[in-house]
Every structure is written in C-alpha cells, then in structure tokens.
Design a protein around this ligand. Structure first.
Ligand code: UDX
Length: 451
C-alpha cells in the first residue's frame, strides 16, 4: 500500500516508520527543509528509543522516504495521513487547526484516484466533517473518504505502543474507507490487537476522552497522596489496593509532581473548550486540569518546607527535567514550574537530565547544567528528583551525601524508600508516604526520618 504522511513530528515519524516496517510504502512529508534533509541522512530529530534503527532499516529497504514535496507523494498515495500539530490557540485554549487546514488544501490539490484522508492529529469533534467539506470546495469531483484514526502512543514507548496497541480506533463514514483502513492495519489485526470501528465523530471524542480520563486518574491519585501524607497512610499501598480491582486498573496511579507533556495539558484544555462550546461543560476535567496546574507550584513549596522554610541563597540540585523519562521533551514539564518557583524564592539551581538539557536551556534561565548526577549534587543544600530516569534509581546515596552541603533528599517520584535514604543520612521527603514532613530547623543537623 502507498501511504503519505503529512507532518514528520513525533506522531508522523513514529507512524511512518512503523507502517513502513509493516511492509507499506511510506513517504513522510514536512515543510521543514532542514528536518527532512536530516531525516534523509538517517538523523532523527527527537529522542525516542528504537526509532532511529527502525527509520534507518526501512530507508535502507526502500519502504520509507522523506520529502518536502507533498504533491507527488499525495498523488501516488492511496492513504494520506495528516499528523501535523494542533497546538492550543493562545486566545481560548481550543485546538488550532490552521496546520491541519493548510495540509488539507494541499492534499486536495494533489490527490488523484480514490484517496482516504486519515486524521491522526488530535482534533475537535466535527473536524472530519469540515475537512470533507474543504476538500470538496477545492476539488468538487474528488473521490475521497475522510477517516479519523487517533493515536494513543506514549513518548518513550512509542514504537511498542504503535506496534502492539491496546486497540486501534478507526472512525469512518463509509464502507470503502473501512476496508482501506483495515488493510493499513492488517498486520496488527493478525497480532490480535482489536480494531474498533466507529463513527468519525465518536473516534474524535474517544481520543480526548481517553487522555482526559488518564490525566484525571493521575490528578485523583495525587490528591489521595496529599491525604495519605496528612493521615499517615502510604499512597503506594493505597494505589496497589485499589488498582487490583479490574474496574479501576493499576496503571496511571503513580503519585508524583503532576502530569505534563505535549498531550495531556493541551488536550484537556481543548476538550474543556470544546465541551463549553457545546454547552456541556466537563466540570470534572476542568477541576483535574486546575488541580494539576496548582500541584506543580505546591511541589516547589514542599521542597522549600523540606529545606527548613527558606531556600534563599541555597543551592538546590535537580535530577530529571523532562516531563517523564526516556524522552527529551520538556513541554509542560513539572520541572519548569518547580524550578521557577524555587528561583523566585531565591534558590540557585543546578540540574542534570540525561536527554533534556538542550530543550531545558530554551525554557529555563539561570540554571547551572551539569554533566552527571554526582557533579550536580556538589555543595547542594538539597537534592530533588523530579523525573524518574532509570539511572537515578540506583544512585550511590553515601557518595551523594558526601558531596552535598546538607543531606536533604526530596524524591518527587517515590523511587527511594525512607529506610534506605535515612540510613544513608538523608532527611527524606517523598510523595504521599507516611506522615507530614517535619520542618528542618535552620542550622540543626538533619537526620530526622521523614516521608
Ligand atoms: C499521553 C498518553 O498516555 C498517550 O496515550 C497519548 O497518545 C499522548 O499523551 P505521553 O504524554 O507520552 O502520553 O506520556 P504518559 O506516559 O501518558 O505520561 C504523561 C504524564 O503523566 C507524565 O508527566 C507522567 O510523568 C505523568 N504520570 C503518568 C504520572 O504522574 N503518574 C502516572 O501514573 C502516569
């Protein structure tokens, strides 16, 4: 099958590489000349495990190519995926469809023969109908179907998620498009991944509802963590206890500093706006989004409390900057609000992240970026773990303690236990585990067992 993918960002690139690996003939298109030239040389602009190998392999085997020239790729394709960005519109938080509409006009001008235009970008309900109208405006005789095929892959696990998804959602309005889409995903169908076919509008809502539900689940467990902290319970035990109930499920119940990333915050805002426009406000989603925003600032206050109530002229070492491990993505990362909050309170920040420091430099000022975790903690008055990269899970705590000025460890991802941290001499603070952190007194030796 010949497939063109418009937009070679995260979703476009991963989809292109995986579809080519299924045996399809795929051309990935992007307007960004430098990006396409780099991709043609096998240079991958994002950090995503397994992606580079998959791209290079499929390029070598002539199933995957990259181009800025949309026309010929679309003309030859039976299926054209739209995977361009839908950023939040500044004025109201709604998804900005200008890139989608620009792509649709270009596609309409170039397509030939029966073509299925598939929207992979996350778009408000009804966008598929609008796209169909737009194509017919530009090309009244077009032989076209418009399908919705939302993408649920996670950054850092993108290849596995694409190739072994829990389900594939396809929204179509006619049987021809349904057959073509089944053909696109046939290799997965054989793998027993369920393909759920529904109306186009249902598919569009499904994507937002899935993200909003998962994000709400995290906001919920974070509030339960606060309760546990006050009430002397352990949120990890509680999460385990509720997660074994199949109706609840154990995933997305890790308490932490709040969710971030390129999808959850943006998609929640877009869904909230979309629902308001339909006269059906989603009050639960609105609250979950607000609770999460506030949480990031609360985390800065938690760190300040762990430092005895003030971080003025103190040095705080931050390990992990990206919104989660195995990505270089800093978009809406909790680290941004936490670091800014600490800086506003007068702290100096040293930081280390295995992949995110280049992007961090573009969003965070006055941070001393370090070459590794141990350099980062030198002479620090507190160490804060913001992102749970594997390499931070087995730090030599004795060595770290020896390098720091004051042994305060704030573990916002609960990757250490209070016993091991206090044994190494740390005042240890985590999320939702045990009793409230006793404030560290100015000048007092820090050996209290906390968290
Ligand atoms: C998310 C969805 O999972 C995916 O289906 C969708 O296609 C895009 O958005 P992604 O943004 O890559 O994927 O990351 P995800 O792994 O879902 O994590 C999002 C945020 O939630 C991260 O900041 C993560 O640290 C946080 N999180 C996740 C928690 O705090 N606790 C959890 O239990 C799970």
């Amino acid at each position: 099958m010949r497939i063109a993918i418009i937009g070679s960002g995260y979703v476009g690139l991963v989809s292109g590489a995986c579809l080519a690996d299924f045996g399809h003939n795929v051309v990935c298109i992007d307007r960004d000349d430098a990006k396409i030239r780099a991709l043609q040389q096998g240079e991958i602009p994002i950090f995503e495990p397994l992606l580079a190998d998959l791209v290079i392999k499929n390029q070598r085997e002539d199933r995957l190519s990259f181009s800025t020239d949309l026309g010929p790729a679309v003309a030859e394709a039976e299926v054209v995926f739209i995977a361009v960005g839908t950023p939040a519109r500044q004025r109201d938080g709604q998804a900005d469809l200008s890139y989608v509409h620009a792509a649709v006009r270009d596609i309409a001008m170039s397509m030939s023969g029966y073509t299925v235009v598939v929207v992979k970008s996350t778009v408000p309900v009804g966008t598929g109908d609008g796209i169909e109208r737009l194509i017919r405006e530009v090309r009244p005789q077009a032989d076209v179907s418009v399908a919705s095929n939302p993408e649920f892959l996670r950054e850092g696990a993108a290849i596995g998620d694409f190739k072994r998804p829990d389900r594939i959602v396809i929204g179509v309005e006619d049987d021809r498009a349904r057959q073509v889409m089944s053909e696109v995903y046939r290799p997965l169908f054989l793998n027993t991944s369920p393909i759920v076919v529904m109306s186009r509008r249902s598919a569009e809502v499904t994507k937002y509802a899935a993200n909003a539900f998962l994000a709400t689940k995290i906001a919920f467990i974070n509030e339960v963590a606060d309760l546990c902290e006050q009430a002397g319970a352990d949120v990890q035990e509680v999460a385990h206890g509720i997660g074994l109930d199949k109706r609840i499920g154990g995933k997305f119940l890790h308490a932490g500093p709040g969710f971030g990333g390129s999808c959850f915050p943006k998609d929640m805002q877009a869904m909230i706006k979309m629902a308001q426009d339909h006269g059906t406000p989603l009050r639960i989603v609105e609250t979950a989004a607000a609770v999460n925003d506030q949480r990031k600032r609360v985390m800065a206050r938690k760190i300040i409390r762990a430092c005895g109530g003030s971080v003025r002229h103190r040095t705080i070492a931050v390990l992990g900057l990206t919104f989660k491990p195995n990505t270089d993505d800093m978009r809406d990362s909790p680290a941004i609000a936490i670091i800014t909050g600490l800086q506003d309170a007068g702290a100096r920040i040293r930081a280390y992240d295995p992949e995110g420091m280049d992007q961090a430099r573009t969003v965070l000022d006055d941070v001393a970026y370090c070459g590794d975790a141990y350099t980062c903690v030198e002479d620090a008055d507190a160490l804060v773990i913001v992102t749970e990269w594997d390499m931070f899970r087995a730090l030599d705590l004795d060595k770290i303690r020896g390098l720091m000025r004051r042994p305060v460890l704030v573990d916002l991802r609960n990757i250490y236990g209070a016993a091991e941290a206090t044994k190494a001499g740390f005042a240890y603070v985590s999320v939702g585990r045990g009793r409230q952190v006793p404030p560290v007194q100015e000048g007092a030796p820090i050996l209290a067992l906390v968290g």
